[in-house]
Design a protein around this ligand. Structure first.
Ligand code: ZN
Length: 316
């Protein structure tokens, strides 16, 4: 059945690069992929992406739909004149950039799914990865920034705009004088645990830090606090942590997760009674993405499939 899933175009629009793919799912079902740097001008980049997708249509046939999982903040209100735009990003040159419009013009009449990069990754992990079979879970990316996508009762969380989990306020741990790295809030989660924030605190990139560097201890303690907040607020059945920081350089991914889980348990302090929050369950409660670094682009494929299904349902 899965082999007959329609072939779609997918764009994971990240802050440093756009990862594009054509296919129907992960692994062998991804027929082609390409990567484009975001250092240039947005319009030129989008034109390059469109050209690449048109080239793939010549190889694989017409694309059934497009999916875009984008860095944000983005406008997801379909009644808004700036629907499909990246809005108030601090990324130079990218404020108020129309992402969906150029795609609609280049591929008239086909469904375009659009959501945040992390909502996309959550969808991808739910369909093919570490959250298969779960209706309530969270996907977090901890990299250049921090963001989270949530699924509740099988549906992506949206609302006023979309969740911005990376900017939740954080406690000050004893003896920590670091002012934080977020341009907007200073010491929010992103301001304490993103790659650039860890580097700013430590004076060198996270991947160069020794395994016993106190910066890792602080970062994983703050991770524990943030995941406790998400656990209290959203009551997820699993939290998937993707992004580059989780690989944790010389500390290693396994140790990063061990410490984060231990600090999560300490922060919860036994308040929520669930075997998922005690070992061995805890090891399955906080996990890396099963799709690895492809979670985002697979999520964009899933967004395209959902947009196609929604448009088919609408025209029925
Ligand atoms: Zn912030």
């Amino acid at each position: 059945m899965q082999q007959s899933e329609p072939i779609v175009g997918a764009i994971e629009a990240g802050g440093t690069k756009f990862v594009c793919a054509v296919g129907s799912g992960p692994g062998e079902r991804m027929l082609a992929r390409a990567q484009f740097s975001t250092t240039g001008e947005p319009k030129a980049l989008l034109a390059e992406v469109v050209d690449w997708l048109i080239g793939q249509q010549a190889r694989f046939g017409p694309l059934a739909a497009l999916g875009v999982a984008s860095f944000g903040p983005i406008d997801l209100d379909e009644r808004s004149p700036t629907y499909g735009f990246i809005t108030t990003t601090p990324k130079p040159g990218w404020r108020n950039t129309d992402i969906v419009g150029p795609l609609r013009r280049a591929f008239p009449g086909i469904a375009v799914g659009f959501d945040t990069d992390v909502n996309g990754a959550a969808l991808g992990e739910g369909r093919w990865g570490a959250a298969r079979g779960l209706d309530d879970f969270v996907y977090i990316t901890v990299g250049t920034g921090i963001g989270g996508g949530g699924v509740a009762r099988g549906r992506l969380l949206h609302g006023l705009v979309h969740p911005e989990m990376g900017h939740i306020p954080m406690p000050v741990l004893e003896g920590d004088a670091f002012a934080g790295g977020c341009a907007i809030h200073g010491r929010c989660w992103e301001g304490l645990c993103s790659g650039p924030s860890i580097a700013k605190r430590a004076g060198k990139p996270a991947e160069e830090l020794a395994p016993d560097d106190p910066a890792w201890d602080l970062a994983t303690r703050y991770m524990g606090h943030a995941l406790a907040t998400l656990t209290y607020v959203l009551s997820p059945k699993r939290i998937i942590v993707g992004g580059s920081v989780r690989k944790a350089g010389r500390l290693g991914e396994a140790a990063f997760f061990d410490r984060t889980r231990r600090h999560l348990r300490a922060a919860l302090n036994g308040y929520i009674a669930s075997p998922a929050l005690e070992e061995p369950g805890l090891s399955q409660f906080v996990v890396p993405p099963a799709l690895g670094d492809d979670a985002g682009v697979c999520g964009a494929i899933a967004l395209a499939h959902d947009a196609l299904a929604a448009s088919a349902a609408g025209s029925r």
